[in-house]
Ligand binder design. Sequence first.
Ligand SMILES: Nc1ncnc2c1ncn2[C@@H]1O[C@H](COP(=O)(O)OP(=O)(O)OP(=O)(O)O)[C@@H](O)[C@H]1O
Ligand SMILES: [Mg+2]
Length: 505
Amino acid sequence: MDEVRPLLELTGATVRFGADAALSRVDFRLFPGEVHSLMGENGAGKSTLIKAITGALRLDEGTLTLAGDRVEFADPHAAQRAGISTVYQEVELLPNMTVAENICLGREPRRGGVISTRLMNARAAALLADLGLEVDPASLLGGHSVAVQQLVAIARAISADLRVLVLDEPTSSLDLDEVAELFRIIRELKSRGVAILFVSHFLDQVYEICDRVTVLRDGALVGEYLTHELLRIDLVQKMLGRGVAEVRARGRAVDDAPAGEAVLRARGVSSARGIQDADLDLGEGEVLGVAGLLGSGRTSLARALTGVTRLESGVIRIEDADVHLDSPRRAMSLGVVYSSEDRRRDGIVAELSVLDNITLALQSEQGMLRQIPAARRRDLAASWVEALDIRPPDLDRPAGTLSGGNQQKVLLARLLALSPRVLVLDEPTRGIDVGAKVEIQNLVAELAENGMSVVFISAELEEVLRVGDRVAVVRDGRITDTVAAADLTADSLLALVAQPGEDEG
Ligand SMILES: Nc1ncnc2c1ncn2[C@@H]1O[C@H](COP(=O)(O)OP(=O)(O)OP(=O)(O)O)[C@@H](O)[C@H]1O
Ligand SMILES: [Mg+2]
């Protein structure tokens, strides 16, 4: 393969933000017809490298060549004209426009100078069909699941003259079937000679789809490897510069009733077009894992338990008192807190500091008239930055300048700072690197040992099994099983999660 010339090559690439180098003297090469993975911890410089080759950032030093010619892209449009398309970590699409409008955005087909909706729909339909996606081009994008939106973002990135496709964590919100769908598309493009750069924190996916891996650590190149010659354990060691933290052993429940007093009880809980007739008991200091496919009702359950959506029927009891959770604020005042999977909506206030972002919810809960003393706020924020290993550990830095994974940790810190009694976490480790993932799982275990009750939702079944004392399975909007984690294996849990609905077939 090395006989072939790289299609794209970075040499001595350096990108600085103020005094810090996010990327220093990195060499990187991408060959036609290969799938290449960029790996590294949160903040290692992956997104920065991508921005440097896609015209979103200027190199402070070093060169970029495309098919042997030196290039400098003024902006992402210039890169796109040269055949380099990107799907960024945070998808930037417009939910109030149609699928076709999103796909053709910025290069709409015109007739007599006027944008032609008919041509646009036809072009989008052809593209979607080419990729084997069944989506109506005239439908509103916002009406589709996050996963479909993600696939539309990928369709948008594909054009006839595509030479390089860059995917920055494209699978973080996809479930197994959709990942398979995406991989089918990637293989198809690869066979057409497109070079694909793929960033993911899921090692399984990297090993399944990638030919080659480049590892970054602290903005520097660790090395470039052929995937099949690199053991997983070595890959992790190269990314982290150390092994993964030990997984904490926990004394866990062995039967399917909660240990300890039930802190939160749900009986017959239903929400509109969401969860139906759910019964659930959450013990003090218990972690209840929730497993289910995308769209099964996991998030609806979380939202119903935390006052985000109103109940149509059923009751929620907290420590033996019936409660009426008619808003997240009311739930919060009772110690029930929800960490949403949708980081953009509930997200980071980019221009506020890390300190302000972490203490935002706590301050608002206390009321703006009772300002938390500055020293106390700083101590609190510092302790969570340390506990979650947020990097860089700089409280005064605007949160928007942190890497994607570190922003995710700041959001988690914001909720933990509330010291809730019941914490409902929806996909808390999505976008978090392999090392930090274990640390967050351990933190959840530790919080539970200190009496906090946690509902832990994740698409990764192994994670649900590792963290949960018991696991509730959600299917077709219902809790179908609740089983002690000790009685489950990844395979038996998958069988429960993926069983076809009783009303089908
Ligand atoms: N606009 C910015 N201003 C200042 N520093 C920045 C800016 N953007 C990124 N950085 C810093 O550059 C470093 C690399 O960040 P980058 O986003 O490339 O990491 P990443 O490898 O993509 O991480 P993740 O896995 O969390 O997405 C980080 O230390 C980050 O804080
Ligand atoms: Mg990133």
